[in-house]
Ligand binder design. Structure first.
Ligand code: ATP
Ligand code: MG
Length: 459
């Protein structure tokens, strides 16, 4: 017999989601163990919002996710949609992913879904694998208790949090109130333990618990506060913001690859301008990348803010921009300032070969601090160098054509495009290169495919 979870969902749909209209209350199926699912109201402080009082419709939840929720529920476990998906569904945005939280333990989840695997050493999540998506299911966790020694040493950094907990504890260990809402598949209600709905209403990013403690436990939460504020156009609540100002230097305790990934997250999804405005206004960027902070704070590089605006529009329009271009945009104001200063020091316009060496030496320490992969660093170097080569515009046609075929050309042209759309300086260069590249490519396409030379047979 085939496992219903490994076959494509359309071939083996579970009857419940398809058959039940959206607002009809679910009837707990026969295999559910009565009494195993504790009523939510038994837990202190939960605000339960009935289906009729919120806007989340099951039609906006993918079938595979519903399938997972229903199976957990029918097997007697709690099954909640949690985190970003509830927040995004409530604000009518399309969630990036749909995470499920349950009181079933990983091994129990694994037994329920044959198409699943337990992943992660620290968190032990279960991935349920469908043909076109993976649904992540996590057992409710609680914040680890700090030892007396930790308290004394004022060591707040979380090192181990793989302890199972109740839904209330699971909500409280999350970062912001708006990220801690649950959608309960048992009755389609939204469960709020932390005042998240009120903050959704008034559009506030508020840390759960004491922000002084929560930011010290995990300093990346400060960047996440900024991300969500810019992304949802919410305001960071006063106490939360004040704590960012107090603890901004602790961002250096976070792991550099995680911080760099968060920086890319701020740049890559269409909310970069607002996010970097907040990174500069709160000076959270200063301890992280002081060079860049110095070159964009105040009104030192108005074109940089324009560039982020153009970048956001470009990304929102669906165009994919490489990580190398995103990070080059961030580095650009500093590279420009330093190059100008160097030319003033030398009192002569630098040759392109010297410019290239200069850029490499300049960005190397930042890339190392950000723990960027060697490949990414190389691509940034190439994009920036090629940008300067494009601005120099080699005079002979053959070198220009060679340029268009070089790998970093597309990144450099994207960078030049963002630059030109943000400052009147390079409009003409961009226009010329773009038209030239188009002509070269068109000519290339119209050529007949290369014919293979026939080898003359010997003998
Ligand atoms: P996105 O739409 O970008 O995925 P998200 O809110 O789902 O946003 P994730 O990074 O996918 O964010 O995390 C899922 C959930 O896990 C969050 O909504 C939050 O409840 C919790 N979470 C994530 N990071 C942290 C953190 N550093 N500290 C506490 N809770 C966190
Ligand atoms: Mg998510």
């Amino acid at each position: 017999m085939s496992d219903p979870d490994t076959t494509p969902p359309e071939l083996s749909p579970l009857p419940e989601p398809a058959a039940r209209p959206d607002d009809e209350p679910i009837v707990v199926a026969a295999e559910a163990q009565p009494g195993e699912t504790q009523p939510v109201a038994a837990e202190a402080d939960a605000q339960v919002i009935d289906r009729s009082e919120h806007t989340i419709s099951r039609r906006r939840i993918p079938e595979n996710v519903l399938k997972v929720l229903y199976r957990l529920h029918r097997s007697g476990y709690r099954a909640y949609l949690c985190g970003g998906s509830v927040r995004d569904l409530l604000t009518n945005r399309t969630p990036k992913d749909f995470d499920v939280a349950t009181d079933a333990h990983p091994a129990e989840i694994r037994r329920l879904f044959r198409n699943s695997r337990i992943i992660g050493r620290r968190f032990r999540l279960v991935h349920i694998i469908f043909q076109d998506m993976i649904v992540e299911v996590a057992t409710f966790r609680r914040e680890p208790e700090r030892s007396a020694a930790d308290e004394e040493a004022e060591d707040f950094l979380i090192t181990d949090d793989n302890t199972f907990g109740s839904p209330l504890q699971d909500a409280r260990r999350r970062d912001f109130t708006i990220n801690a809402l649950f959608y309960n598949i048992a009755d389609f209600s939204v469960i709020d333990y932390v005042g998240g709905l009120a903050d959704m209403e008034t559009k506030h990013i508020r840390v759960i618990g004491d922000p002084d403690v929560r930011f010290r436990e995990d300093p990346v939460r400060m960047m996440r506060a900024i991300e969500f504020a810019s992304r949802l156009q919410f305001t960071i609540e006063t106490e939360t913001y004040a704590a960012i100002l107090r603890h901004r230097n602790e961002i250096l305790k976070a792991s550099p690859p995680r911080v760099s990934e968060e920086i890319l997250e701020l740049l890559r999804r269409g909310w970069a301008r607002g996010a970097f405005r907040l990174m500069v206004d709160s000076a959270l960027l200063e301890p992280l990348i002081p060079e860049i902070y110095r070159s964009i704070s105040g009104d030192k590089a108005p074109y940089f803010w324009k560039m982020l605006e153009v970048l956001d529009r470009t990304v929102q329009a669906g165009r994919k921009i490489s990580d190398a271009v995103l990070l080059s945009v961030l580095l650009l104001p500093w590279v420009v300032t330093e190059l100008e200063a160097e030319e003033n020091r030398r009192d002569v316009k630098m040759r392109i070969s010297d410019v290239i060496i200069f850029i490499r030496d300049l960005i190397q320490p930042i890339c190392a601090r950000m723990a960027l992969a060697a490949g990414t660093r190389h691509q940034i170097e190439q994009a920036l160098e090629t940008l300067w080569r494009l601005l120099e515009a080699p005079s002979d046609k053959r070198s220009q054509i060679r340029f268009v075929y070089r790998e970093p050309f597309n990144d450099a042209l994207a960078l030049l495009e963002l630059f030109a759309l943000s400052s009147p300086r390079f409009v003409e260069q961009y226009r010329q290169w773009q038209q030239f590249a188009q002509r070269v490519r068109r000519a290339d396409e119209s050529l007949p495919p290369p014919t293979r030379k026939r080898r003359r047979r010997k003998g």
